[in-house]
Design a protein around this ligand. Structure first.
Ligand SMILES: Cc1cc2nc3c(=O)[nH]c(=O)nc-3n(C[C@H](O)[C@H](O)[C@H](O)COP(=O)(O)OP(=O)(O)OC[C@H]3O[C@@H](n4cnc5c(N)ncnc54)[C@H](O)[C@@H]3O)c2cc1C
Length: 455
């Protein structure tokens, strides 16, 4: 790597093995290039120096949190500088008077949750990757999670951001503060909203102020429903919505998922049914839990019960969180992240089964089902080229079907590299042109995470 004087004193990594590990996320199908080096800043000023130095040399900059992304969003391009933000992991302030927290981007989601819990507060966004993923990564992908059905996604909690940006005058390395700390505020365009979910393509987020809620007073109740088919579970999801019930979480796991997790972790889960629905209810009393169980039964559940065994309920939610790594052990996983209108969940689940059968691919499905956000996981044995082609064809067909139902190609993981074609299909020429115009204005040199989202 050429000497870059402005990086003197920073933690620069050019060891090829370490660099390789930092050059990609968890999306096993997404390509990645050979990075020049990685650097681990600790302060906003470090980031400012790095961005300025890279801009002078036209070195692409790839921001990275924990690298748990599932779309190739943090994947390197050739000759890039990887900006590993995991060392910027300080909780700057927990403001109990205003129910906010301000953090550096590398703070891990669960660490923020634990810190605010000590003050009787709660940071709700809970991607299944919460033990590892960072708030910077969560904001940059606008991460969802299990309880966003009732409590919203990351965007609903982001009040303000500090970022190191580029244009419009090509003035790379400028530090800006976007948004606010107040509960309300409409001064100017919503640039905080624009940066949230921008996947590192507009600049580097160096500080984040999030809204908090008071901690839940009661432990949530869990209702488990077992179904004879995945489609029947989907019918129950649609029926819960129609009944006006609002669980904190409503998750679906199919039999293949339960088996994969059980074979790996031995949590004691019996995988007899074709699919399980897990509902979490957090309104006081048992009324809501009983109503959900009743809707499950009326929708044809083999059985539906409120769990009285906390350990069992926790094991089932653990299985949901462990689903992706459980399949990763079996071969490369191509992860879908479609989101369809909730009434069309059963239809989409049925179509996924039909597509899997037609292409001869193994597809397991987990879902934030209550949101209509489905994750068919397409699994191919390593080295099976024909299987890979079939998986790609199935992947694309599922995206097209979701768009056809009025849905989207990505509910929470982001476009990254894997869903660029799907996004183009979904958005159309007019919206794509607006996106390109915004990118060219904010990053005229195309240095911030080039080739992701658009391009
Ligand atoms: C087991 C597992 C479960 C998952 N469950 C969920 C889930 O339930 N819901 C969900 O939404 N996602 C889920 N994901 C996907 C992933 O965890 C999320 O996308 C998460 O938000 C990524 O955070 P990260 O810190 O790993 O970011 P990374 O993967 O490192 O980066 C993600 C994107 O953000 C950009 N970025 C990161 N930090 C910054 C920054 N400071 N400034 C600018 N850009 C930045 C990167 O360039 C990249 O484009 C899961 C992943 C795994 C492996």
């Amino acid at each position: 790597m050429p000497t870059i004087p402005q990086l003197a004193g920073l933690d620069v990594i050019d060891d090829p093995d370490v660099l390789e590990g930092l050059s990609h996320d968890e999306a096993e199908w997404a390509p990645y290039g050979k990075a020049l080096a990685a650097v681990r800043p600790r302060t906003t000023d470090d980031v400012r120096r790095i961005v300025r130095a890279c801009a002078e040399r036209l070195i692409p900059i790839i921001p990275r949190g924990a690298g748990t992304g599932l779309s190739g969003g943090a994947n390197a391009v050739d000759g890039a500088m990887i900006l590993d933000l995991s060392r910027m992991n300080r909780i700057v302030e927990i403001d109990t008077g205003n129910l906010t927290a301000t953090v550096q981007p590398g703070v891990v989601n669960n660490d923020l949750k634990a810190a605010v819990a000590e003050h009787g507060l709660w940071y709700p966004p809970d991607p299944a990757s919460a033990p590892w993923s960072t708030i910077g990564g969560n904001v940059s992908t606008n991460a969802g999670g299990l309880c966003c059905l009732k409590y919203g996604v990351t965007r609903d909690y982001v009040l303000g951001l500090e970022a190191v940006v580029g244009g419009p005058a090509g003035d790379y390395g400028t530090v800006v503060r976007l948004g606010r700390r107040t509960t309300k505020g409409v001064s100017g365009y919503d640039l905080t909203g624009l940066f949230t979910g921008s996947e590192g393509t507009f600049g580097i987020i160096t500080e984040i102020t999030v809204r908090l809620r008071p901690a839940r007073r009661e432990a949530p109740r869990t209702v488990v429903g077992a179904f004879g088919s995945v489609v029947a579970a989907g019918e129950a999801v649609a029926a819960v919505t129609r009944a006006g019930l609002l669980p904190a979480a409503l998750e679906l796991l199919d039999r293949a998922t339960l088996r994969a997790v059980e074979e790996w972790k031995h949590l004691g889960i019996e995988a007899d049914a074709a699919a399980l629905l897990l509902a979490q209810l957090d309104t006081p009393g048992d009324e809501e839990a009983s109503a959900v169980a009743e809707v499950f039964r009326a929708s044809g559940a083999l059985w539906a019960e409120q769990s009285t065994d906390e350990a069992e309920a926790e094991a089932l939610f653990a299985a949901r969180r462990l689903a992706y790594p459980a399949f990763e052990r079996l071969g490369p996983v191509l992860t879908e992240d479609i989101c369809v209108p909730r009434s069309r969940v059963p239809e989409m689940l049925s179509l996924i089964e039909e597509i899997a059968a037609r292409h001869g691919t193994a597809i397991a499905t987990i879902a934030h089902a209550g949101d209509g956000n489905l994750h068919p996981l397409i699994i191919t044995p390593a080295g099976d080229d024909q299987g890979r082609r079939a998986a790609q064809a199935a992947f694309e067909e599922i995206l097209t079907a979701a768009i056809g139902m009025g849905g989207t190609v990505t509910g929470e993981h982001g476009v990254g590299l894997l869903k660029r074609d799907g996004m183009r299909q979904e958005l159309g020429a007019g919206v794509l042109a607006m996106q390109v115009a915004i990118k060219q204005t904010l990053d005229p040199l195309d240095l911030f995470n080039p080739g992701k989202v658009i391009g």
